[in-house]
Each structure stands twice: as structure tokens, then as C-alpha cells.
Design a protein around this ligand. Structure first.
Ligand code: CA
Length: 530
């Protein structure tokens, strides 16, 4: 009897210990690997890395972004992250689909994302995520894959903007749906809507919020409270503001120069603006009496940068509000928070504003990410990352399979300190539109070089009515010329480099299926352009 009694006790104890251990393992899983991370993806519009102080540019000392910088201090900063097509709509499509423009069908500003396209948000929904999109959408069709959306029609307004909200109107033409006006400043309103949505999230369901700012997109209408920001400050000029364009190819030498054109218009040298709608720049009027052309360019630069950076101040403030919300609600540890922009922006470099060109200022995207559970503080990633890699990376963090039709690759393990010897050593770029300010082109960028082919044709997919222009190649030696102020394509000492880069470019185009067989006129130009 006694023995049997002790046997029962022992068995009971063993069962208890097993239960306890199981329970502890279970607890551990709940708090770590088994619990899917929340994702907050904050994306602004046209925010250059040079205008984020964590990137340490010539502007860092006058224009700080303390809240965005916190993500780098508490997580990782990517130093070589690139848009594969540096213009709003195509970049947004590439981010969601993980595909290049020729595959997702969004090559130009006017292409829309097909509503049958299955993308990042659908894949996260399928594994239990609650998904939302708030702010700028700019993919023209009705957003899909989001449990909630509330978006600006097209570009949206800075003041008292209208929003189209999911479920409010079912008109078949998305842009004809009834919109609701929100009183106030757009960056504040997007933040308010985002925090409202976060407050409604259940604790036991992971979420992904895409919070997309309109700022700092043209025409740089800043919040009135920032009107005196930079009042007596001289904004430092970029080294390439007065670049001598003699080194450029026939395709680009006399094209663009948007800041100069703006200056010419302001000084009355040209009557009709050829630089988009900058005529309507609300605070852009300057007194330029008695100034020579160089002085006018300098004055326009100061005005442009100050307005632009004032809109950035509101975006940085918004990031601070979201970070505070996560802290106050104990969401910091299990939330991946990203700050990025749909592409870069010229801030007077090469005397340009806008983006589009394959110069680094336009194609380089800011990308800062904090995820305390997996990413060490102050991580710097120098690998070449493309925006088609974003969706695979987020799916990887969420524990989902990356579908075969995504062309990018997860860089999760790179962020966590692994070295991947087979990570691509180049990125591919293609700007499909062909306009008077920027010819159509494609190219390849490695850590050391950038080779660009300006095919300069108005192809069927981007029928903007601009006549074909001269085709040419350009090569930049990024180690010796990081600001890309010296095209070395014609120099004998680079001929071996050019042969190798052209081989890489051809292989990449073949690999991603962008071979241009449907464009014989392009292939002919490729053949004859030396
Ligand atoms: Ca943009």
C-alpha cells in the first residue's frame, strides 16, 4: 500500500512537473517566436536620404529629424536601399507586389495596380493579420487586401484634405467616390487616423498598418507653425548645384536642369513653365530684381529647401507621435516599425529637383527599421537592397512563405547580422516614362559603378507624347566620384569595366524577364549606340 501510495505521489509530481515545463515552454513561445510581430510601415513621399539627419548629409547640421533618427539609434539604417523605378506610383506597386514594373504592370505614373493583384497585404491577411492603409495611395484603383483603408484621392491636399474611406461609397469609378473633408493639416490628420486605428486593435491579433504621408511632396505647403523654421538660416548648398554638364552624354547634357528653369521662369527669361506645375508653388514667389542667374538659382534653392524641410518637420513629428504611442501602450517590443519613402528626391543636386533619374539622390530610399526582438541597436546595413525586397522581408518576419511570383528576396537575415555570400552585388533600375525633363533609361548599379543606357524612346506603355531623343550610355565611378559629377563612359581605362557591367546588365534583364523583345526600336538603339 505504502509503496503504491508513493507511486501515486511520484506520478502526480511527474505530471505536475511536465505540465509546468510545457506551460513554461508555451509561455516562452507566446512571448517570442510564436507571436507574430505587428508591422507599422510609415512611408512618406519624396523624402531624400539627404534630408534625414541620421544619414549625415551636408544638411544634417541645419535640418534634424530626431524622431526618424531614433529608429536608426534603436534599430537599423540601410545605406544602400534603392527604388527600381524612381517615381511615386511604380515604386508603391513594387513595394506591395515584390515585382519589377514590367511584371506588376505599373510602369508609369498613370498605370493603375490591377485590382486582381495579390500582394503583401493579402498574404499577411491570409496568416491572420489585420491590415490597414491610411494616407496616400496613388495606385489609382480601389485598394485591395486591407481590412480598413482611408486614403487621399490621387495626390491629395495639404490643407483640409479629402479622404475616401472603405465602405462609404461603392461607385465603380474609385475617384468618383464620395470623399470626406477633414479639417486641418494633412500630416497631422494621417497621424490621427492611424492612431485611432491602432487604438482599436485587439491585443491577440497581429496587425500591419501602412501609414503613407503626402509630405514632403511638391508643392511643399508647410504647417503655419513652421513658417519661421530656418528663418535666419543659410541652407548649405550641395557640391553639384553648379555642376558643369560638359561631362554628360548627348542624351542628358541639355535636359532637365529643373532648378535653373525655375530660376529662368522667376526672372522672366522663360514665360511658360516647363517644369510641371511649379507655377502654382504657393510660397514660391521671390523678389529676384537685380540678381544675376547664379544668384537667382541660389535664391530659388534656399526657398525650395526651406519649404521642403518645413514639411519634413511635420513628418518627423508624426513619427514621434507613433513611437510615443507604441511606448505608452507596451507595443514597442513586438512591433516592427519602418520609416521609408517611395523614392529619393533631388534637393538641388545636379541643379535638379524632382526624381526619376538614376542618380543616387533620386533612387536612394531612406529605410530605417526597429524591431527590438531581432535587430541590434545601431545596426548599419550596406548591402544593396531594392524595394522589391521589402515585401519578402516583411513576409519572412511574419512567418509566411514568400510566394514564387515575388522577384525580391528577404533581407531579414542580413538585418540580423548574417552574411549572405550569394546576396546580389547589383541593383537594376528602369525609368519607363520619357519626358522632356528626363529621358527613358535603364541601368545597373553595383557598390563601385553605375552604368546607364538612355534609350530615350517614347514606348507604347508610356505614351506621354514626347518625341524620341538621343540615345547614349553613361558610366559613373562611384568610389572616386560618389556625387556622380564625371561621366567616364568614353575613357579607355574603363573599357573592361564597361564590358563586365554590360554583361551583368544583360544577365539581370534576362533573369527578371525585362528583355525588350517587344520593342525592336529599342533593341536597334542598343545595338548601334556605342
Ligand atoms: Ca514620390
Amino acid at each position: 500500500m505504502v509503496n503504491r501510495f508513493f507511486s501515486y505521489i511520484s506520478l502526480f509530481q511527474i505530471v505536475c512537473v511536465v505540465c509546468l515545463v510545457t506551460s513554461l515552454i508555451g509561455c516562452g513561445q507566446t512571448n517570442t517566436s510564436a507571436q507574430k510581430p505587428n508591422i507599422i510601415f510609415i512611408m512618406s513621399d519624396d523624402h531624400a536620404t539627404n534630408a534625414i539627419s541620421a544619414y549625415g548629409s551636408h544638411l544634417a547640421n541645419v535640418a534634424s529629424t530626431p524622431n526618424i533618427d531614433r529608429l536608426a539609434a534603436e534599430g537599423a539604417i540601410l545605406n544602400n536601399c534603392f527604388a527600381n523605378n524612381s517615381i511615386c506610383t511604380p515604386s508603391r506597386a513594387a513595394i506591395l507586389t515584390g515585382q519589377f514594373s514590367h511584371v506588376n504592370g505599373v510602369r508609369t505614373l498613370s498605370d493603375q495596380l490591377d485590382t486582381t493583384t495579390v500582394h503583401l497585404a493579402h498574404h499577411l491577411q491570409a496568416i491572420g493579420y489585420n491590415t490597414a492603409l491610411i494616407g496616400k495611395w496613388h495606385l489609382h484603383s480601389e485598394p485591395q487586401g486591407f481590412g480598413y483603408w482611408n486614403v487621399l484621392p490621387d495626390q491629395g491636399l495639404y490643407f483640409n484634405p479629402e479622404f475616401i474611406e472603405k465602405g462609404q461609397d461603392e461607385h465603380s469609378d474609385f475617384h468618383n467616390r464620395t470623399a470626406q473633408t477633414h479639417e486641418g493639416y494633412v500630416s497631422d490628420i494621417i497621424t490621427d487616423l492611424a492612431i485611432d486605428w491602432l487604438q482599436k486593435q485587439a491585443k491577440d491579433q497581429p496587425f500591419m498598418l501602412m501609414m503613407h504621408h503626402k509630405a514632403p511632396h511638391a508643392l511643399w505647403e508647410y504647417h503655419p507653425k513652421y513658417k519661421d523654421l530656418f528663418k535666419d538660416v543659410e541652407i548649405p548648398e550641395p557640391a553639384s548645384l553648379f555642376e558643369n554638364m560638359k561631362h554628360r552624354s548627348d542624351a542628358t547634357r541639355d535636359v532637365g536642369n529643373t532648378l535653373m528653369r525655375l530660376a529662368q521662369r522667376m526672372s522672366g527669361q522663360i514665360k511658360i513653365s516647363s517644369v510641371h506645375n511649379y507655377d502654382e508653388w504657393p510660397t514660391g514667389k521671390l523678389n529676384i530684381d537685380g540678381l544675376d542667374q547664379k544668384q537667382i538659382i541660389r535664391a530659388v534653392y534656399q526657398k525650395y529647401l526651406k519649404d521642403y524641410l518645413r514639411t519634413v518637420a511635420s513628418v518627423d513629428e508624426s513619427v514621434g507621435r507613433v513611437l510615443d504611442y507604441l511606448k505608452e501602450n507596451d507595443l514597442e517590443d513586438n512591433t516592427i516599425i519602418i520609416y521609408t519613402s517611395d523614392q529619393g528626391m533631388f534637393l538641388g543636386e545636379h541643379q535638379y529637383l524632382d526624381k526619376r533619374w538614376m542618380f543616387d539622390e533620386a533612387i536612394k530610399m531612406p529605410f530605417l527599421i526597429r524591431y527590438p526582438r531581432a535587430i541590434e541597436v545601431k545596426t548599419e546595413l550596406n548591402s544593396l537592397i531594392s524595394n522589391v525586397d521589402f515585401a519578402p522581408t516583411l513576409l519572412d518576419y511574419a512567418g509566411a512563405n514568400v510566394p514564387d511570383n515575388m522577384q525580391g528576396r528577404s533581407f531579414k537575415s542580413l538585418l540580423e547580422g548574417d552574411e549572405l555570400t550569394d546576396w546580389p552585388s547589383s541593383i537594376y533600375y528602369r525609368y519607363w516614362m520619357h519626358r522632356s525633363t528626363t529621358p527613358a533609361h535603364y541601368g545597373i548599379r553595383t557598390a563601385e559603378y553605375k552604368l546607364v543606357f538612355y534609350y530615350a524612346l517614347n514606348l507604347d506603355a508610356n505614351n506621354y507624347g514626347h518625341p524620341d531623343t538621343k540615345a547614349a550610355w553613361e558610366l559613373y565611378d562611384l568610389k572616386n566620384d560618389p556625387l556622380e559629377m564625371n561621366n567616364v563612359y568614353g575613357l579607355a581605362e574603363y573599357q573592361d569595366v564597361i564590358i563586365d557591367l554590360k554583361r551583368q546588365l544583360k544577365n539581370t534583364k534576362k533573369q527578371i524577364g525585362d528583355t525588350d523583345e517587344q520593342y525592336p526600336e529599342l533593341l536597334q538603339r542598343l545595338k548601334i549606340t556605342k
